[in-house]
Write a protein that binds this ligand. Structure first.
Ligand code: SAM
Length: 246
């Protein structure tokens, strides 16, 4: 049979549309080699067993994972975990489910968890796209953070960008009604793409009006990281985009 969009069955709720143009063999990351420091390795050994969760491919039970019932926020691509730890400390009443593939970054966040005695973070060292697909029940998360996703500047690499319609459709379906999606980027063409993709998703509504082109003021909880401060000093812009689920 010729594989045309009309030959596909209708997409299940929360699944990517049948004609989704985000093939799963194109990842939004490259597995970078990077040195894990002695401190990060020690954090893996000391607190890893408590805060790392394996990728199982089965739906997660948040109450069992966090040993409490609390609103749960997903973070995709936390890098070295600077903003993650800051926000988790600011909001002890929320659970943070944090996905990152880069081993030194995971070690760095484990180190911060240990140093700051944080208890409300769990880490999945795995592709967040597969976590969303297979481990997050529909309507299960209260918010999602995607801060400075890899911009994939070159045109031929744009297809690797995380924030594209199929992924956003799946993510929106995993938000509870009233839940939010907060993205931030310092790359204007990506900011424009994010705004366009989120605006086109039927389950999402922009929290910002048109006065700043649809971009939101930076929510207070998102800290200015070292990387962002450096950019601001160089005169670079940063765009926050905050939508809620209907
Ligand atoms: C440019 S960094 C930004 C890190 C951090 N959010 C910040 O603001 O500094 C993007 C991160 O996203 C991670 N990443 C990209 N795609 C991912 C995916 N599908 N699942 C998990 N992590 C991903 C990369 O490994 C990288 O560390």
């Amino acid at each position: 049979m010729i594989d045309t969009p009309s030959s596909h069955p209708p997409a299940a709720p929360g699944a990517a549309p049948a004609d989704a143009s985000q093939p799963r063999n194109i990842r939004s990351f490259v597995r970078r080699t990077g040195r894990t420091t002695v401190g990060q390795a020690k954090a893996f050994a000391d607190v890893g067993p408590k805060f790392l969760r394996p990728y199982t491919g089965a739906p997660m039970d948040f109450a069992a994972t966090y040993e409490r019932s609390a609103p749960t926020i997903l973070e995709i691509g936390f890098g070295m975990g600077e903003a993650t730890a800051h926000i988790a400390a600011l909001m002890p009443e929320k659970n943070f489910l944090c996905c990152e593939v880069h081993t030194p970054g995971v070690g760095a966040l484990l180190k911060r968890i240990d140093e700051q005695s944080l208890t409300n973070i769990r880490i999945l060292q795995h592709d967040a796209v597969e976590v969303i697909d297979n481990m997050l029940p529909l309507g299960s998360v209260d918010g999602a953070h995607i801060f400075f996703p890899d911009p994939w500047h070159k045109k031929k690499h744009n297809k690797r960008r995380l924030i594209q319609a199929p992924l956003i459709a799946k993510l929106a379906a995993r938000l509870k009604p009233g839940g939010y999606l907060h993205c931030a980027t310092d790359w204007q063409p990506y900011a424009e793409q994010i705004l366009e993709v989120l605006s086109a998703e039927a389950l999402l509504r922009n929290t910002a009006d048109a006065s700043n082109g649809g971009y939101a003021p930076k929510p207070d909880y998102r800290p200015l990281t070292k990387f962002e401060n450096r950019g601001i000093k160089l005169g670079h812009g940063v765009w926050d985009v905050v939508f809620t689920r209907v």
